[in-house]
Design a protein around this ligand. Structure first.
Ligand SMILES: Cc1cc2nc3c(=O)[nH]c(=O)nc-3n(C[C@H](O)[C@H](O)[C@H](O)COP(=O)(O)OP(=O)(O)OC[C@H]3O[C@@H](n4cnc5c(N)ncnc54)[C@H](O)[C@@H]3O)c2cc1C
Length: 335
């Protein structure tokens, strides 16, 4: 590859970064794609891995393989820890750096525990393949332990699964876990009846799926309850530990707690010293660049982008892809 060519560095091979790279095909640039994982992950189906319906290989693909035909792209497995804006370099955790002419940060989001990181060991979130297999292991082991548990109270705690957060991920998890317990595993145990499993969805707000129309929240609530999920509204969780979860004046003994409540952007704003919203998303300019650095762009879940009506663009895959295409068109026009 011609080293003199304009060098575009992409951090993150998620929906935004990959779409950007795809849309930049044919441009007179060389591209370096950096990701701390070797695979692109289809996050929308992660809950199916967590609930045994899909294998990990069905939702993840090696980035290197996806980009194998693109001779203009070099893929690097590396963890980015910072950006040297003045020196136009991306900093890696091994102390090395990669120079860029144009930089695209598409590093996504992580889950957040509202300042209670100590809850994480008891209440894993669902963001990575490892998260999904951890959740799957915990759910299946809880049934195994319940089968061998003689104490009825302990057995019921093992057969109680609390899900914190009534957004799309919490709703998907609740629905599939209750189906797993009540249907898929039915008849496979001798000492427990898996239909006794309690799946409790805890939402601090007054309705689940708060970003959707109230009618749809109501429909989803009823559908979950019909499946056998208990939906608890209006009380925020104040404690998670090995015994269970506390929300409002209620204490629920649950050996499996899953976290689907908070989202925080990747630390891109910290790397750039840029302004961010409360979730850590970089406040980008209308062309998705970073104020003061027109050669740096942030897209997808890492960026706070406003729609013409002033409402934020939602953190979903189609937005990340659309933003990727938009930045690719901007770069092509500039070149
Ligand atoms: C469980 C779940 C279900 C979802 N369901 C849906 C759905 O049904 N429909 C929908 O539209 N959206 C859904 N979403 C949201 C959607 O997945 C995101 O909006 C989308 O992935 C955002 O794309 P992105 O490119 O910004 O980030 P991501 O796709 O998250 O990609 C970020 C990439 O950056 C890499 N990275 C992060 N930090 C670093 C670093 N320091 N150094 C190097 N690489 C780094 C990561 O490894 C990752 O590959 C769901 C999300 C989750 C978690």
């Amino acid at each position: 590859m011609n080293e003199a060519r304009h060098h575009v560095v992409v951090v993150g091979a998620g929906f935004g970064g990959l779409e950007f790279t795809r849309a930049l095909a044919g441009a007179p640039v060389r591209i370096t794609m950096i990701d701390k994982r070797n695979h692109h992950l289809f996050q929308p189906l992660l809950y199916q891995v967590a609930t045994t319906a899909l294998a990990t290989s069905e939702v993840a693909w090696p980035i290197r393989h996806l980009l194998r035909k693109r001779k203009d792209v070099t893929t690097l497995l590396a963890n980015v820890t910072g950006v040297d804006r003045a020196g136009k370099r991306v900093l890696l955790d091994d102390g090395s750096a990669v120079a860029y002419d144009t930089l695209l940060l598409a590093t996504g989001a992580r889950h957040a525990y509202f300042g209670h990181d100590e809850w994480e060991p008891f209440a894993p979130g669902l963001k990575t393949l490892e998260d999904a297999t951890t959740i799957r292991r915990r759910i299946l082991l809880a049934f195994e332990q319940a089968e061998r548990e003689a104490d009825p109270a302990k057995r019921q705690a093992l057969l109680t699964i609390a899900i914190v957060g009534g957004g799309p991920t919490g709703v998907e998890l609740a629905g599939t876990i209750v189906e797993l317990a009540h249907d898929t595993l039915r008849g496979e145990f001798r000492n427990i009846d898996t239909r006794q499993t309690r799946v409790v969805l805890i939402e601090a707000g007054d309705r689940i799926l708060a970003n959707f129309a109230p009618k749809l929240s109501d429909y989803a609530n009823k559908a979950l309850e019909r499946l056998g999920v208990t939906v608890e509204l209006g009380r925020a969780v104040t404690r998670c530990d090995a015994e269970g979860v506390v929300f409002g004046d209620k204490q629920l003994a649950a050996r499996t707690i899953l976290w689907a409540a908070g989202v925080a952007a990747s630390p891109a704003a910290e790397w750039l010293g840029a302004k961010a919203d409360r979730a850590g998303r970089v406040l980008v300019e209308p062309d998705l660049s970073v104020r003061g650095s027109p050669e740096i762009f942030v897209i997808g879940d890492a960026a706070h982008v406003l729609r013409p009506d002033g409402r934020p663009v939602p953190g979903v895959a189609p937005s990340a892809k659309q933003e990727g295409r938009h930045v690719a068109a901007t770069i092509k026009a500039r070149l």
